[in-house]
Design a protein around this ligand. Structure first.
Ligand code: ASP
Length: 412
């Protein structure tokens, strides 16, 4: 019998999980543990994987000139696509105006005060005072910063040492990728547990279902429509126009990480699968994936940026705030910062809205208005975040002259 491809297995398990979670929510503890184990396994490999991936990537890039060029392109792509996403969100929110007349109710949301801290602090915290603390608490930006510095200086020491260290980190990376491939086999089972548990949790929440009938429903439609435009039109168009590759062939290759991003609501937890798929399926070199993808999972969040913008405007509309051009520009700029500052974990984007609310003078507790429907939007924005990272890797790889495993776009 022909083996069913992994992404079909995941899709089937996702559908079964929705049915199970909805109809058998009382028996959720029988299956939820599979999701927990899967997530724990992914989290277990993230830190050693990021560290070895970036260090081996930087040593392979070779020289500060190449590193600077690659870094420049990567940051340019991140900034451009995030602003494009925010603009799409801005457009649809102005078109539908979902927040006009929405009832204002504020529920307590944890972590708002801390998230409202300045962007300067986020940048400052990038430099760890204790790398071991950063590693043990999983502070991604600090780990990435240290790995880049460490990798760069490996190339600056005597050859005998640099060969030793390069070999060591290349070997560690290979081993981590082997572990990743092993864990990936369990994705359908893990996804089943994760999604069934999420659905069961939401199915009991009648208040959220009732709220969706009103303005929150419009709000969801606005976010989903804008995300779809960015996901299915804008990003594929960039891959087609700049990289001259078939974006939908690439999309098919990315099915496993995208479904996992959707199920886990975490770009960071999905990173091992993203690295594997972009490298082994689409065929981007390790040199580029190992640098761009971990960075992307942490700072490039198009879905989150778009969502930040729509959510903040929705709240502002509900509060009858005058949304003149200047206010909208502030929203665009702060949505970008908030998406960069958001960690790749579930609900990070929700609390980061406080950065925008502070900037336009609205109370932080207003975030509670959209809490009820955040879960499903989180799944969608996380998939968009990961999709954008992978498109970036393709575009950058092509600009560096690489040949990929995607069918060529015909020019005739
Ligand atoms: N969950 C998202 C991610 O991991 C971040 C967010 O909450 O927007 O990419």
């Amino acid at each position: 019998m022909k083996k069913i491809e992994l992404h079909w297995q995941i899709l089937i398990s996702l559908i079964l999980a929705i049915l199970y979670g909805y109809f058998l929510s009382d028996y959720i503890s029988y299956v939820a543990w599979t999701g927990d184990i899967f997530l724990r396994a992914l989290k277990m490999i993230i830190v050693p994987l990021i560290l070895s991936s970036i260090i081996s990537g930087i040593t392979n890039i070779g020289g500060s000139e190449n590193l600077g060029r690659l870094g420049g392109k990567t940051l340019l792509y991140y900034a451009f696509t995030s602003v494009l996403a925010i603009t799409t969100g801005l457009f649809f929110t102005n078109l539908f105006r979902p927040g006009i007349g929405a009832p204002i109710d504020s529920k307590p949301v944890e972590g708002l005060e801390a998230a409202a801290g300045s962007f300067g602090d986020t940048l400052m915290n990038m430099i760890p005072t204790n790398i071991f603390e950063a590693l043990s608490t999983g502070q991604m930006l600090s780990i990435i910063f240290f790995a880049i510095v460490f990798g760069y200086f490996i190339t600056q020491v005597e050859e005998k040492y640099s060969t030793l260290m390069t070999d060591f980190f290349n070997a560690t990376f290979e081993i981590m990728m082997k572990i990743t491939s092993f864990i990936i086999k369990f994705t359908p089972i893990g996804v089943f547990g994760l999604v069934a548990a999420t659905v069961a949790e939401q199915a009991d929440d009648q208040a959220a279902l009732a709220a969706m009938a009103g303005s929150l429903g419009w709000y969801m439609i606005t976010v989903i429509l804008a995300l779809s435009v960015h996901f299915f039109i804008s990003l594929p168009l960039l891959v087609f126009l700049i990289a001259r590759e078939n974006p939908f062939a690439h999309l098919r290759n990315m099915a496993t990480p995208l479904l996992t991003a959707f199920s886990t609501s975490s770009s960071s937890a999905t990173l091992p699968l993203t690295l594997e798929a972009v490298e082994h399926k689409t065929g981007v070199s390790n040199k580029i994936t190992s640098f761009t993808l971990p960075l992307g999972a942490t700072v490039n969040m198009d879905g989150t940026a778009l969502y930040e913008c729509v959510a903040a405007l929705f709240i502002a509309q509900a509060y009858n705030l005058n949304l003149d051009l200047q206010t909208q520009l502030i929203v665009v700029a702060t949505a970008l910062l908030a998406s960069i500052g958001a960690a790749g974990i579930p609900m990070a984007g929700l609390v980061m809205i406080s950065v925008i609310l502070t900037a336009i003078g609205l109370p932080l507790e207003a975030v509670g208005m959209i809490l009820a429907v955040d879960r499903v939007l989180d799944m969608m924005r996380t998939a968009t975040n990961v999709w954008s990272d992978t498109c970036g890797a393709v575009i950058i790889a092509k600009s560096e002259g690489e040949t990929l495993n995607l069918k060529k776009v015909s020019h005739s």
